[in-house]
Design a protein around this ligand. Structure first.
Ligand code: ASP
Ligand code: MG
Length: 409
């Protein structure tokens, strides 16, 4: 007998009928002889609705109260789900975050799970029940309700799978798995059979939205195998796993894009110790996360500094920098919101030269100018004009033959 954790996202539990379908599916898994812990998201659109309610009440809701409010969506799902299971003749019980004793730190709205006391969950399993745990919510040391950040139910599921040493954490969603690129952009996108945690982490941080990034970090740390698959078919999805030899053979396994960043350049920055601190401290104090940073070599003691920030923080950052530029006696602050970042990801890049050249020549052939480049061991990103995003993604997908099934994947 094995233990399986299954997580169903908002679109999978978006209506009474869908919740009933999920209940049937879970019961099938139970009938196959598994113990099942089910983690549910709020019904589709519900968390957004709750956030809007808070905003109607006040522009500045207290973070504690906001978490009390937005955690209710998951409470509804698990209660309805348990009723569905019971009405089909099986035993089920719902547990809220505090009942499942999922402890977190105190950061409302983006709390981190610190520990899960599995006793209550195990007790219910021993009574042969299907246990439905509310995703996204936790409990801090003072007994306050916390939430884990948008998409946090994935993290709840992986954390529970790790704590219970489950055989697998199945993430059921509205897509069939993890694709080589966004199928809406590139019709040749192919569902991967498996992908490593490292690649998945890069993909999540570079704009692929299948799994919430913290859940992948958790899975990597505790070696939890994740199976991303569709709620609406029985097909196998994509396994997210520790890397193996076969994965290293593939140079590039995915292409991603991100249109949510903007580019900022400060020109003629005096090139002396302390300027970078003066520029980036006020930005980080304003809670803005800077992504790519490029500094030119200096000419006559002056240098240009270019970096990217999330589009939502663009205006705020420009405001801050205009002041900073004066203080440090830089020339100008220039901004560009119409950019996109396209990236290629693959474990095989570690040991192969020439991948970057193929990327650059592919973009050049399409007449696409590269504005910024950044690399890590297993990814290369280029910032380009936003209007060429789709073209770039398709061209790169072709250039690296991602539509072809690689051996062993
Ligand atoms: N309901 C939360 C959200 O919409 C958490 C989740 O769905 O994972 O972000
Ligand atoms: Mg979700």
């Amino acid at each position: 007998m094995s233990l399986v954790v299954q997580k169903y996202g908002g679109t999978s539990v978006g209506s009474i009928e869908k919740i009933r379908d999920v209940a049937r599916r879970v019961i099938e898994t139970k009938k196959e002889g598994n113990d099942v812990v089910v983690v549910l998201s709020a019904m589709a659109g519900e968390t957004d609705r709750l956030i809007r309610l808070a905003q109607e009440m006040t522009e500045t809701p207290a973070p504690r109260e906001l978490d009390v409010l937005i955690s209710t969506g998951e409470q509804v799902s698990i209660a309805l789900f348990s009723m569905a299971v019971q009405s089909l003749g099986y035993k089920a019980t719902s547990l809220l975050g505090f009942q499942a004793t999922i402890y977190t730190d105190h950061s409302y709205g983006r709390a981190r799970i610190s520990e899960i006391d599995t006793r209550r969950i195990m007790e219910e399993i021993r009574k042969d029940k299907i246990v439905a745990v509310a995703g996204f919510q936790g409990l801090d040391e003072q007994g306050n309700i916390t939430t884990l950040g948008r998409g946090g139910s994935d993290t709840t599921a992986v954390a529970i799978a790790a704590a219970l040493k489950a055989q697998v954490c199945e993430i059921f969603t509205d897509v069939e798995g993890v694709y080589t690129t966004d199928p809406r952009v590139c019709s040749k996108a192919r569902k991967m059979k498996k992908v490593s945690y490292e690649e998945m982490l890069e993909m999540a941080s570079l704009g692929a939205k299948v799994l919430e990034i913290r859940s992948v970090e958790f899975a990597k740390k505790y070696k939890v195998p994740i199976h991303v698959r569709s709620t609406f078919t029985d097909k196998e999805g994509t396994m997210v796993l520790p890397e193996d030899k076969s994965m290293e053979k593939i140079l590039v396994s995915a292409v991603t894009y991100n249109k949510n960043e903007a580019r900022i350049t400060i020109t003629k920055v005096p090139d002396k110790p302390g300027t970078a601190v003066k520029i980036f401290t006020p930005i980080s104090e304003a809670g803005v996360v800077v992504d790519m940073i490029i500094q030119n070599t200096s000419a006559e003691g002056l240098t240009d500094l270019t970096f990217t920030v999330p589009k939502v923080d663009f205006k705020k950052t420009m405001g801050i920098l205009k002041k900073v530029a004066k203080e440090i006696k830089a020339e100008r602050v220039l901004g560009d919101e119409n950019i996109a970042k396209v990236s290629i990801i693959g474990l095989g890049m570690r040991n192969h030269a020439g991948v970057a050249t193929t990327m650059f020549s592919t973009l050049a052939r399409e007449g696409i100018n590269i504005m910024m480049i950044s690399t890590s061991e297993i990814k290369i990103s280029c910032v380009i004009d936003e209007k060429y995003t789709e073209l770039a993604v398709r061209a790169l997908h072709d250039a690296f033959h991602l539509d072809e099934e690689p051996h062993g994947r």
